[in-house]
Design a protein around this ligand. Structure first.
Ligand code: NAD
Ligand code: DAU
Length: 340
């Protein structure tokens, strides 16, 4: 397989959780110029890029993917784009869906349009396994219909449709990845695993939605980034690639594992009212990606131990993310969730 030599790569959302790990990976891979475009919403932080922000091959631009002028400046001279920028939290999408349409749908369309004008050779749109909706048995394949069931998932599915439309209508060389639940260092504490760890470290309860028997397939962040890089290099334009691990766990079991790893009080696990429209199970078949040479390298046991060790040692990082704005969101999302 031929490896396209990217001269300048645009990474949107590179100050977020997965994007910041991906920036480190592509710098390690020797990409000559890496441009990061990130709005620095509540979810993004320059601290996620600590250690690489001053890298001579990295240029950081604060800007919005929904702003054509900001995107035109960022994409100028780039031969490839990877779009991580998004509103990403399902619970927030249930509270305020409009922000998800603005960034995930409109913003992606602006990015596609500007990338087309700039003549990029690859455009990888980072999507999610949530576009399939819940998968009660078996595993979703890339050819399965998209049946998103919450506003976040609907906005990601709409973005994919625009991406593939740009491929069909204007021959933009678009690739799509559909990753499963990702975890690891630098994940915002609103998400389940870091929420549970940081609550337990603070002596606070871990809220379990409903019966806690909903299953997610867990992917360590570095494995997710290697998968995106593999698809960027070797994927076929116009196609989607699932990223999974087969390491499905019910949420309750994950919470119990974290309690054990942190030697915390098991009574801190508390069942609360379920998330509306909560998808019961996600599962993807990633054999298409495996055929490109990717396989997950970090087991759930290993990844969880690494993640817990990181959050234990980085109270400075997560306490800054759990600021007043986070407290407001937390109150709004959890205050009326009496035990079911
Ligand atoms: P995140 O919320 O940690 O980071 C998102 C980043 O995008 C932040 O840095 C934020 O500032 C930036 N951003 C938001 N709106 C923007 C805008 N309008 N313009 C420019 N930048 C903007 O998210 P994450 O968990 O790292 O997810 C990254 C991508 O991967 C998303 O597209 C998400 O849908 C997808 N994904 C995430 C997971 C997961 O489990 N975390 C799994 C599959 C796919
Ligand atoms: O599947 C990929 C998706 O995974 C990504 O596209 C999303 O960006 C990412 O946020 C994630 O979505 P989920 O909704 O699956 O992740 P979250 O961490 O919010 O929740 C994981 C599971 O834990 C889910 O079944 C809901 C449950 N949960 C979550 C929270 C925040 C709880 O039981 N209690 C909670 O307080």
């Amino acid at each position: 397989m031929r490896q396209p030599a990217f001269r300048r790569l645009l990474v949107t959302g590179g100050a977020g959780f997965i994007g910041s790990h991906f920036v480190r990976l592509v710098l390690d891979q020797g990409v000559p110029e890496v441009v990061v475009l990130d709005k620095l919403t509540y979810a993004g932080s320059l601290r996620n890029l600590e250690g690489v922000l001053e890298h001579p091959r990295l240029r950081f631009l604060q800007g919005d993917i929904a702003d054509p002028a900001a995107v035109a400046e960022a994409v100028a001279g780039c031969d490839a784009v990877v779009n991580f920028a998004a509103e990403t939290h399902v619970d927030r999408s249930l509270l305020e869906p409009a922000a998800f349409v603005r960034t995930n749908v409109w913003g992606t369309m602006v990015l596609l349009e500007q990338a087309l004008r700039a003549g990029v050779r690859r455009f990888l749109h980072v999507s999610t396994d949530e576009v399939y909706g819940e998968v009660l048995a078996g595993a979703a394949r890339e050819t399965d219909p998209l049946r998103p069931r919450n506003p976040y998932a609907a906005s990601k599915a709409a973005a994919e449709h625009f991406a593939f439309a740009y491929r069909e209508s204007y021959q933009l060389p678009v690739l799509v990845t559909r990753g499963c639940n990702t975890y690891g260092p630098y994940q915002h504490p609103e998400k389940f695993i870091p929420l549970a760890i940081t609550n337990l470290l603070s002596g606070q309860p871990v809220p379990i939605y409903g019966d806690g028997l909903q299953e997610r397939d867990w992917l360590y962040v570095e494995d997710h980034c290697r998968a995106v890089w593999t698809v960027l290099l070797y994927g076929n334009p116009g196609e989607a690639y699932n990223i999974g691990t087969g390491q499905h766990r019910p949420n309750l079991e994950v919470a119990r594992r974290l309690v054990a790893l942190l030697d915390a009080d098991p009574s801190l696990i508390v069942h609360v009212t379920d998330r509306p429209g909560h998808d019961r199970r996600y599962a993807v078949d990633w054999s298409k990606l495996a055929a490109l040479g990717w396989a997950p390298q970090v087991s759930f046991d290993e990844g969880l131990a690494r993640t817990v060790a990181w959050y234990r040692s980085r109270v400075d990082w997560w306490s800054a993310r759990r600021d007043e704005t986070f407290a407001e969101y937390y109150a709004r999302n959890y205050r009326n969730r009496a035990a079911p």
